[in-house]
Design a protein around this ligand. Sequence first.
Ligand code: FDA
Length: 304
Amino acid sequence: MEVLMRNMFQSLGKSPSANKLAKKYGLRFGAGRFIAGETIRTAIDAVRRLNADGKVVTLDHLGEFVFTKEEAIESADMCLRTLDAIAEAGVTSNLSLKMTSLGLDISKDLCMENMRKILDRAKKYGNFVRIDMEDYAHCQISLDIYRELRQEYDNVGLVIQAYLYRTEQDIADLNEINANLRLVKGAYKESPEVAFPEKKDVDENYKKIIKQHLLNGNYTAVASHDEAMIEFTKSVVKEHGIPKEQFEFQMLYGICEELQAKLVKEGYKVRVYVPYGIDWFGYFMRRLAERPANVWFVLKNLFK
Ligand code: FDA
């Protein structure tokens, strides 16, 4: 049953017609618990509240289906406006983005052009940009683009997913360029040919790469709500004397808020990933797929 629901939410999230319908009707069904709102203003308000609680933020302007050059440029423009809004408001947040929304599926050149515009703007403000990792089909090209950009910019980081078999080698290769990485378990539906099908193997690999990247001396963002992974990270940094400036914990907006608060209280850096924008449906479906128990939360909101 759980697997069926997971597959259903993952497929729905990828459906352009479901996304279009959701966009038309606005944030509904309790999606507001996971998405900060549809406008920059509501997103900045959320950043202010989180900053006041001692957390830093990464803002993500949601936008998943981009088919034309114009849409890609519009999406890049939203990233620029987000960086401007962060600077104007004087809040503490960097930017996360998806390269498919910047035209990666249209052409690599278009995506690179948009990335450079965004990274230049971020650099002007002394800010940082994190490239989210998408499905396996975009993995190699994302790594290639990241390597190219890394030669020109030091304010750019990437995400690496523990569920992929290739990841251990990628972490070793990325050490050559001292990559600033966000490490995650992985959120997409992948074939057993490329990704560990069993959760316990993903968890083992996750621990392995957290340790590997930290001990290589690179900046490591451990993005997980799994207390076992967080405790593991704490024990590695303690055992090896890794300074607090070399790592941070990251969690998603609206998820495990008590755990976030506990880590802040313990003196750890906690960054909350705050998504916003009218293209919220795909992101919302991925969160439901991760945890079908959230469906009860959605049902309760349906009948409110
Ligand atoms: P796991 O799935 O094992 O969950 C551990 C516990 O966390 C659960 O038992 C539950 O208590 C809680 N939990 C997890 N998900 C929840 C949810 N949706 N609702 C409520 N509780 C939940 N992936 C990707 O492929 N590319 C990317 O770029 C990113 N970026 C990213 C940024 C940040 C800041 C985070 C935290 C995560 C991502 N991810 C991601 C998603 C990631 O790959 C993964 O799917 C989720 O974080 C869930 O895995 P956990 O590590 O939390 O553990």
